[in-house]
Design a protein around this ligand. Structure first.
Ligand code: NDP
Ligand code: GDR
Length: 366
């Protein structure tokens, strides 16, 4: 049973970083939240387990459905059943480096996946009911044509991921113009949190440094340390996703902080949070970072993490979102790094305790 006066949201990618924060945010706003998760051989709901509701309870406010962005039939069935007021398309193969290894799958899920949802809405005659949010990305700017990047900056995608997201961006605009759908692109710059996947560079750094600090890991291997990103906090960014769907007219917005740091600077700031200081020596692939307290080499470059085509620098201009959505990030970069480091330290302490009691602690480098 569900309350018919409550707004109904459908989130694809609900098991991911943003999906988890957005689900929490919408539940607090009183929404009924439906999420699409894909079938996996192990549980993949860690990030949303705290929101789980027993399906036997009478009033259902949080419901998960099995589905996949590569399977139209599942999307049509779920959208028909849920009749959502708002659809947030967050699902994607979201790792840029992996997209070079799985370009076809990335196109299928990230590009055609968006089309499948838009078509499902049209087939079901929900164009005027269901508002649509597309998780677009600063990766669209790729080889940057203008700095800082804003909504009118030309795109130049540099990876199969970004090319797939370019299609999704334009099909969203096209369905808005062709069928009068309320469909928006949020061009979000990098946003991180303690829920960030462990293979994205920020989380990889905070996790590895916390483990090095506790003696669980020897070294952090990184790729391009000169890359610069405009990093914000995911909790702030999901609120903007919601706000984009609450306007009178649908539109596309850049969400960014307007400040950038290099990967190396991120390492320095995260290390400082752990009371560590790094001395850098060498250049390019010979660059090394030493813990000055004991002289140990704890950071080296591994060309395995270089990308065939790299996005060297991204810096967003969020003026439009500031003016029209009242966007101001609440969580600073320093607070973001601190929260991530503290959470990874807590996890490392748990692993260290387990190791001391004879339970294996693994060490992998991804
Ligand atoms: P995550 O990688 O953390 O989450 C991606 C989600 O998509 C997961 O729930 C994943 O499921 C799901 N998924 C992947 N493939 C499929 C598929 N074929 N069918 C159904 N679900 C699928 O990403 P984020 O939360 O960080 O990002 C959310 C969205 O925003 C993504 O589209 C990303 O590309 C985009 N984006 C992210 C930015 C960022 O900095 N975080 C910036 C700009 C855009 P599972 O848990 O099973 O893997
Ligand atoms: P990005 O994020 O590619 O910007 O995509 P990621 O954290 O993977 O890389 C950021 C930059 O760091 C460099 N880098 C490394 N990256 C990873 N993952 N691992 C390393 O060891 C490493 N060393 C250096 C990268 O080369 C890159 O320049 C993220 C994803 O969330 C996308 O889905 C989203 O669209 C964009 O952010 C905005």
């Amino acid at each position: 049973m569900t309350d018919t006066n409550k707004k109904v949201a459908l989130i694809t990618g609900i098991t991911g970083q943003d999906g988890a924060y957005l689900a929490e945010f919408l539940l607090e706003k009183g929404y009924i939240v439906h999420g699409i998760k894909r079938r996996t051989s192990l549980f993949n709901t860690d990030r949303i387990d705290h929101l789980y509701q027993d399906p036997h309870e009478t009033e259902q406010r949080f419901v998960l459905h099995h589905g996949d962005l590569t399977d139209s039939t599942s999307l049509i069935r779920i959208i028909q059943q849920v009749q959502p007021d708002e659809i947030y398309n967050l699902a994607a193969q979201s790792h840029v480096a992996v997209s070079f290894e799985e370009p076809e799958y990335t196109a299928n899920s990230d590009a055609i996946g968006a089309l499948r949802i838009l078509e499902a809405v049209r087939i079901l005659g929900l164009e005027k009911k269901s508002r649509f949010y597309q998780a677009s990305t600063s990766e669209l700017y790729g080889l940057v044509q203008e700095t800082p990047q804003k909504e009118t900056t030309p795109f130049y995608p540099r990876s199969p991921y970004a090319v797939a997201k370019l299609y999704a961006y334009w099909i969203t605009v096209n369905y808005r113009e062709a069928y009068g759908m309320y469909a928006c692109n949020g061009i979000l710059f990098n946003h991180e949190s303690p829920k960030r996947g462990e293979t994205f560079v920020t989380r990889k750094i905070t996790r590895a440094l916390a483990r090095i600090k506790l003696g669980l890991q020897e070294r952090l291997y990184l790729g391009n340390m000169d890359a610069k990103r405009d990093w914000g906090h995911a909790r702030d960014y999901v609120e903007m996703q919601w706000l984009m769907l609450q306007q009178e007219q649908p539109d596309d917005f850049v969400i960014a902080t307007g400040v950038q740091y290099s990967v190396r600077e991120f390492v320095d700031i995260a290390a400082a949070e752990l009371g560590m200081q790094i001395r850098w020596e060498g250049e390019g692939i010979a660059e090394k970072g030493y813990d000055i307290s004991n002289g140990k080499c704890i950071v080296t470059v591994d060309p395995r993490y270089f990308r065939p085509t790299e996005v060297e620098t991204l810096l967003g201009d969020p003026s439009k979102a500031k003016a029209k959505l009242g966007w101001t990030p609440r969580i600073s970069f320093a607070e973001l790094v601190k929260e991530m480091v503290q959470e990874d330290l807590r996890i490392a302490e748990r692993d260290e305790l387990a190791k001391r009691h004879g339970f294996g602690a693994f060490d992998y480098h991804e």
